[in-house]
Design a protein around this ligand. Structure first.
Ligand code: PLP
Length: 401
């Protein structure tokens, strides 16, 4: 079935099967080999997402934001594709170092750091750091001549699901003072950065932020600007469809056409690359009729792989693995996680075909900010990650981690 047919069927059905693009037999094979709950990291999807974004942002250097999903196999695959890396902690430095990535292929983007973290990144060979305030700038005085600074500016966005400019970034008005103080203390400012928020539903905030940043660069002509870093934010279709990535990036690219000569453009995508690369398979372990609804208890929930539903405000598309008739009988249901906490509910108002204990459910687009924020509350282990070269290919190479 091609994409157009799937879209048309979706439009016709009140209970569309979100798994219809998958080969259920391949998923059944995985279930026969691995105990649920487990996630499947599909490396061919990593390739696809990386290449799609790179094609939509020609000339932009991509620094993958490790925080969204730091599985070593994904990092290794991105390295082989020529991707660079956005690091925020010493733990992330250690991970990329252990995988043979060089410091000069990375930037350190956490606007607030301990001195120890600055030293660790410098020791690794990563010398480009983001700052956004005077106190942070002072931490770099001892590293003049070693560290290069990128100043993060805040551009608030109501159109992003996660507004990151609330917590980080200086105002455009604060920039000249930061630049002057850096220069007086022998520090080199090389760029501006921003992050308009994760899962941005419109490219316009990013395009406007590009324009404002370029204007600021032109005004502050006493700086040898080398970098404009446009952050992450590139969205993924969960239950709602978002713009195709080429359409999302077109206005951003248009704004970037005004970038001054000699300024390289960086982006820090996380979700767009990792989100679609992973699915999760969970089992129904209990079933109870409570009032008008059937409660299905799963072997993973919001304390585990579904943690992004709390922290990242994402609602993942879900469907039973066993084939069902989208025009058949559906019943009001609740999907609950396994822990003893009542907040541990994955879906409250969902209509499902009748399921039995032992049935499998599949959650899609579960790569970004899922296992990265999972806990082991109640001593339930985090779901393991099975790595496949291609989920559609039965001869796929599998590893477990
Ligand atoms: C500094 C920084 N860069 C990049 C990202 C990745 O953003 P996204 O997943 O929206 O692409 C984040 C997400 O929190 C971030 O804080």
């Amino acid at each position: 079935m091609d994409t157009q047919e799937i879209v048309e069927r979706f439009a016709e059905e009140s209970h569309p099967d979100v798994l219809q693009e998958f080969d259920r037999a391949s998923l059944e094979e995985l279930v026969a080999k691995h105990e649920t709950p487990f996630m499947v990291l599909d490396l061919s999807e990593v390739d696809f997402q990386y290449r799609s974004l790179q094609a939509a942002l020609p000339g932009v250097t991509l620094f993958y934001a490790l925080k969204s999903l730091s599985h070593p196999e994904l990092v290794k695959r991105l390295k082989s594709l020529g991707c660079h890396f956005d690091l925020a902690t010493s733990g992330e430095v250690e991970l990329v170092e252990s995988l043979g990535i060089r410091g000069d292929q990375c930037i350190h983007t956490h606007p607030i750091k301990k001195d120890k973290e600055i030293r660790r990144a410098l020791q690794f060979g990563c010398n480009r750091f983001v700052i956004d305030n005077m106190e942070e700038l002072k931490k770099f005085f001892p590293y003049a001549g070693q560290a290069e600074l990128i100043i993060r500016v805040s551009f608030r966005s109501k159109q992003a699901v996660v507004d990151l400019s609330r917590k980080f970034g200086c105002s455009l008005e604060e920039l000249p003072q930061l630049v002057e103080t850096a220069q007086q203390n022998g520090l080199t400012v090389i760029g501006l950065s921003f992050h308009v928020g994760s899962q941005s539903l419109t490219p316009m905030t990013q395009a406007n932020a590009v324009r404002s940043s370029i204007a600021a660069m032109k005004v502050m002509n006493n700086v040898n600007w080398k970098i404009l870093d446009i952050g992450g934010s590139f969205p993924v279709s969960y239950q709602e469809q978002v713009l195709p990535i080429a359409d999302f990036c077109a206005p951003v690219m248009e704004a970037l056409s005004e970038v001054p000569d000699g300024v390289e453009v960086y982006a820090e995508p996380g979700r767009f690359i990792s989100g679609p690369s992973m699915i999760e398979l969970v089992s129904v372990v209990g079933k109870a009729k409570r009032g008008a609804r059937t409660w299905y208890y799963l072997d993973d929930g919001v304390y585990g792989g579904f943690s992004g539903q709390i922290f990242d405000h994402a609602i993942y598309p879900l469907a039973p693995l066993k084939p069902f008739d989208p025009t058949g009988d559906f019943f009001p249901s609740v999907l609950a996680g396994p822990t003893c906490d009542s907040i541990d509910v994955v879906a409250e108002n969902i209509e499902l075909p009748d399921l039995q204990v032992g049935d499998i459910l599949v959650g899609k687009k579960m790569g970004a900010y899922t296992i990265a924020s999972a806990t082991e509350f109640n001593y339930y282990p985090k779901p393991k990650v099975v790595v496949v070269e291609d989920i559609f290919d039965p001869d796929t190479v599998e590893t477990e981690a």
